[in-house]
Write a protein that binds this ligand. Structure first.
Ligand code: BEZ
Length: 202
């Protein structure tokens, strides 16, 4: 069977809040990126007066080519391939629903996210025959978007997350749901585990 609809990857909100009209769901990872809470949120998990933090991805290419990351990460050559693996899920949307789901997802572009195509490596069974590697849509707040806050320490991000609340709820709830969803998939993300430990410290 040839699948001619759209695959879309969830690495943040979409992991615990899937888009509408999902036909198949698989688990896996993308390579060459780090997942960080470095995107400010003015209208979901924060407000314009007190912006929260939500996830985005930073590519290794951007890390290598921008001084701000060298100062933050130190020797970028020591970032290992396993540090550049982002676990998540990919959802298959049938052709008849692609336009509606794209519109649903594109609303997020208002927050600085733009749509890209990346390979997704599937590690779980799928109800339909698929290749191990599929090209999927993904929404990324790239480093040149206005809401990208730049490299920020876990402590600094946690201080924002602890105190931010937006129309979608407390910022810390978004982090807790993401970590819980990843743990349920059997994956742990070291950065997220550190961030939740500091954000929920009494
Ligand atoms: C996600 O993968 O959950 C996602 C992240 C940013 C924008 C849209 C979706």
């Amino acid at each position: 069977m040839t699948l001619s609809g759209m695959w879309v990857i969830g690495y943040g909100l979409l992991i615990f809040k899937p888009p509408p009209h999902v036909e198949y769901q698989v688990q896996g990872y993308i390579s060459g990126f780090v997942r960080r809470f470095w995107q400010s949120s003015l209208d979901h998990r924060g407000t314009p007066e007190h912006p929260g933090r939500v996830v985005t991805l930073v590519s290794y290419e951007d890390i290598k080519n921008n001084r701000q990351f060298h100062d933050f990460f130190g020797d970028v050559a020591t970032i290992s391939p396993s540090d550049l693996k982002v676990w998540g899920v990919a959802y298959y949307i049938a052709p008849k629903n692609v336009q509606e789901v794209r519109q649903y997802l594109d609303v997020r572009e208002q927050d600085g996210y733009t749509s890209h195509q990346v390979p997704f490596h599937i590690t779980s069974p799928c109800d339909v025959e698929v290749q191990d590697r599929i090209v999927s849509s993904i929404y990324i707040g790239t480093i040149d978007n206005e809401s990208f806050v730049g490299p920020e320490s876990v402590e600094a991000t946690a201080a924002v997350i602890r105190t931010s609340v937006g129309p979608s709820g407390p910022n810390v709830e978004y982090l807790e749901k993401l970590v819980a969803a990843l743990r349920e998939l059997g994956e742990t993300d070291e950065y997220l585990e550190q961030l939740i430990a500091v954000s929920t410290r009494k």
